[in-house]
Design a protein around this ligand. Structure first.
Ligand SMILES: Cc1cc2nc3c(=O)[nH]c(=O)nc-3n(C[C@H](O)[C@H](O)[C@H](O)COP(=O)(O)O)c2cc1C
Length: 389
């Protein structure tokens, strides 16, 4: 019911996005989408590209007088860097000789992509494999967040680990501190050490990865379904998060740590009504991370991603040449040292995209009035059965 496509090369004219399925009557502005695009560009460890770009999604269709029309929403995010690549990335045939990239970079799509698509140049592969595409996803995530705001959902993310430095997350997260931190980490002491670790990696011509956590609040019970593998919300979240560039692992709730605990310590005890403070079903813990049986259980959704260190190294790795197969140092092109802080914003976007899809499946509707009417009617039926009005 909700679908989108992105198009665009990293150094092409820009990113084009078409989103279909958002109901009519949702207020939406370029300024709203711009907030997350700006957040994605920040973070200690990013390269010079982020100083060139000032991402803003222009709404090209699907919105009139500040409200969605129910028609496809088209967005365009311009690449300012395009001005420096007009020959190398020209749309029309070009007379000049453009140098081919043949020094394969391990950790990128370079080898597999050129073999698969039968290119003698890595450029066509690296341009689309680039995480520049995540700007488009964050724009889509912005639209989905705006939609889900109407249901009371909120999205947060923070950095848990960079390289060997792990944040203390035992206290309640101070979200303002996260947004102000150069590495989007709530633990100020750990953040300082993370910044130093990024400096060390940069000075050594190396790169760093890490772990980011995303949280979604205000999630109703009942998004996703247990009835088929591809309708399970945890499965859909895992696919969406794993598709983010550099991601090598996804956890939901307690994740891998749950394997070291016994069942009696893992499962989230359902509290009796007299202990509820919110007027709705409550649990003692949230080890499940907000999903049971592929359905949201009314608790916050908690997800974590593991990002490998950036694959383009200033001190190039040994590699082989695409043409000859002979030993050669891997290609180096201006690059980020650590993208863990930025990844949190992309995690929020991917969660918003998945949850907007499941919310539309559950509540339907062509206009927001209809969608929200369905939502409110449903909410009235989610309490204990004998107590329903
Ligand atoms: C926000 C973000 C920015 C990234 N920037 C770079 C970069 O500057 N240089 C680089 O080599 N990889 C960068 N990456 C990672 C690559 O895009 C990614 O490793 C590559 O496309 C291979 O895909 P895979 O790691 O998912 O297998 C970035 C990833 C993210 C999430």
């Amino acid at each position: 019911m909700l679908r989108f496509l992105t198009s665009g090369e990293s150094h092409g004219k820009g990113l084009t996005i078409v989103i279909e399925g958002i109901p009519a009557g949702l207020s939406l502005s370029e300024d709203f989408i711009a907030v997350d695009l700006g957040r994605r560009q920040k973070g200690y460890g990013r390269g010079r590209r982020q100083r060139i770009e000032q991402d803003r999604a222009e709404i090209m269709a699907g919105v009139r007088h500040g409200e969605t029309l129910g028609s496809p929403i088209a967005l365009f995010v311009q690449n300012r860097d395009w001005a420096n690549w007009t020959d190398a990335m020209a749309i029309e045939p070009i007379d000049k000789e453009i140098e081919k990239v043949t020094r394969l970079r391990p950790g990128h799509a370079d080898l597999a992509g050129t073999v698969k698509y039968d290119f003698d140049d890595v450029r066509p592969i690296l341009e689309r494999a680039s995480a520049r595409e995540t700007a488009a996803r964050v724009a889509v995530g912005g639209v989905c967040k705006r939609f889900l705001e109407e249901f009371g959902l909120g999205f947060r993310s923070h950095t848990v680990q960079i390289g060997e430095i792990t944040a203390d997350v035992s206290e309640e997260i101070n979200w303002d501190a996260v947004e102000e931190s150069p590495v989007r980490c709530a633990d100020a002491a750990a953040a300082e050490r993370m910044v130093a670790a990024i400096d060390d990696a940069r000075n050594a011509g190396d790169t760093l990865g890490g772990v980011v956590e995303g949280r979604v609040t205000g999630v109703p019970i009942g998004l996703g379904s247990h009835i088929q593998w591809d309708r399970k919300v945890d499965g859909r979240l895992a696919q969406a998060l794993m598709s983010i560039h550099s991601v090598k692992g996804v956890e939901i709730g307690g994740g891998f740590a749950l394997t070291r605990m016994t069942g009696s310590h893992v499962h989230d005890v359902i509290l009796p009504r007299e202990r509820w403070t919110s007027g709705m079903w409550e649990r003692e813990t949230n080890n499940a991370g907000g999903t049971e049986g592929g359905i949201t259980d009314g608790q916050d959704i908690i997800v974590r991603i593991a990002l490998k260190p950036i694959a383009t190294l200033p001190r190039s790795l040994p590699s082989a040449d695409l043409r000859t197969g002979e030993e050669i140092a891997a290609h180096y092109e201006r690059s980020d040292v650590c993208v863990v802080p930025a990844a949190g914003v992309i995690v929020e976007a991917m969660c918003a995209i998945v949850l907007a899809g499941t919310a539309l499946e559950k509540f339907g509707g062509d206009h927001m009035r209809e969608t929200l009417r369905n939502f409110r009617t449903y909410q009235e039926t989610t309490g204990p059965r004998d107590l329903r009005e």
